[in-house]
Design a protein around this ligand. Sequence first.
Ligand code: PRX
Length: 656
Amino acid sequence: MSDDKIESILEETRRFPPNADYAKGSYVKSIDEYKAIYEESIADPPAFWANLATNLEWFSPWDTVFEWDRDEARFSWFKGGKLNACYNCLDRHVNSPRRNKAAIIWQGEREDAMKVYTYQQLLSEVERFANVLKSKGVGKGDRVSIYLPMIPELAISLLACARIGAIHSVVFAGFSSEALYNRIEDCDSKILITSDGTYRAGKTIDLKGKADEALEKSKSVTSVIMVNNTGSEVSMTAGRDFWWHEEVENADLTCPCEEMDAEDTLFILYTSGSTGKPKGVVHTTGGYLLFTMETFKNVFDYKEEDVFWCTADLGWITGHSYILYGPLAAGATSVMFEGVPTYPKPDRYWHIVEKFRVNTFYTAPTAIRSMMRLGDEWPNGRDLSSLKVLGSVGEPINPEAWMWYYNVIGHGNCAILDTWWQTETGGHMITPLPGATTLKPGSATFPYFGIEPKIIKNENEECAANEGGFLCIDKPWPGLGRTLWGDHERYKTTYWNNIKGKYFSGDGARRDEEGYIWLLGRVDDVISVAGHRIGAAEVESALVSHTDVTEAAVVPVPHDIKGEAIYAFVTLREGLEGDDDLRKALVKHVRHEVGPIATPGAIQFTDMMPKTRSGKIMRRILRKIASGDTPESLGDTSTLADPEVIDLLIANRVKQ
Ligand code: PRX
């Protein structure tokens, strides 16, 4: 690892203090209150978390709050304590006045497809399906792969697994059969839950065919449970494939909860690594549930009657933590949406906000930028006055998109929560709190309670104010993934061996003189121009702050003199064409915003970026395209949302 610091050159001077009236009713009402709780939380994290853990229902108490073997990168929270995640998400609310409260409001892609599940109804569905799983031989510790679109059965499947102690592994329904096969094989799943198909922007897409392809090679799966979703023609393998609706019809209505140890695995979720093989991040029952419930309540400042909507897919960690486990453990009402933001019209999200009077809306910068591109008339045509809090996750949110979100969606009344976290961290790590934090557009601001970020350079030295370095976290917290399924060595080397005793996030960051944390992108996305290490995210943010630009991705290309030069891919606002004049204007703009050192050597205009299905730009591929590599050398592109974009990008490559 290089021990150079990362240079950070962007400056942002705007400030947005919390709305005073709003702050009065929030859980954490001022920055002083935040600081007091924070200090207490890091003075003695086990005492802090043990106190909060009483907000969960335990069948029996834990033996030890926290244990940590640093050398082996093994730790535990609440070991010996017995609980059940499904019980905490459903049964305990059913035994309370929340029994008939909406737990999940499901909106299908078709406007007329809508279902509301009260806590009681959801519990009944989960119990029946848990009995179906048992009837197929699934027991405690068995793995269940789930390959479903955003339909209610997806949420029901996860909770049913949790109820009987089976370990779920959700594979995003947009993934290919090969990706599904790899994820089934890696954890040796016994069962696959899937559906005939899925809807996407008005089209029906086959899922069962892809599942069958994956299963041709798989030896572990003995039963497939199929949801009849689109009604498409599918082939059924006798003795292996069963229809969900037929199975639940014959299932018993009640199913007791398995008593799980706090450290028992709740689920595996695969995340891509820098090398090809996906990493199966292992999350636990007690620590994960506590962390997602607490962050959900405090970060979104959730109140009993609020409607919360996270637009992520349940196939990603954001969906696991903030559609399902965090909200339901907290007894919230969570919206689940099957469709895409722009279908049937570009105001679909805003229509849903209006329809359910959504109070908290949580989405990704890529969605914000694409909606910004479509014009203000779409959100302006809907009543968004119910919104109180707006969240962002997944990438740095550039100040331009931040301001649009704040003004056009929030009408200047809503806090913008730029939440930094990862699949591995389980829940929010660095984030504002709506009643307490004065916001700076583009900064994720301060650590959540109990989280101690350190920004490191030169092996293990803390950076000074405004010096960029590696973002690490001191000591494990309850929500941190415990291992990688079947490969603890890889867990150790990826997260714990880089900086001794600290969790290594792989992201670059800096802390300004007021302690605000600014994310600088993945450290592999740092570009070294004439010895200056520049975070790609900052140059991208500068490009996007130009009025003609909606999206930018910046990668290094080899350069004889400077070592590396900057190559920029730029998407323009709808209807604009890129030309040399605009190139010159953009170069001038970046020189002005960031400095001459960040001058792009080449700018390629493109209508589309190669993105993962979760909306992250695949810079690995852009790096190769920019460097003139052949299409064959691009590696696995099967996880791209839109693989055709590659040929276009190669054809339009520009010379430096
Ligand atoms: O690089 C950071 C970026 O997304 C990575 C984690 O991706 P994933 O495991 O897929 O989880 C996404 C949902 C939690 C991080 O290492 N990232 C996430 N949130 C932010 C971010 N970068 C900057 N600002 C954020 N708010």
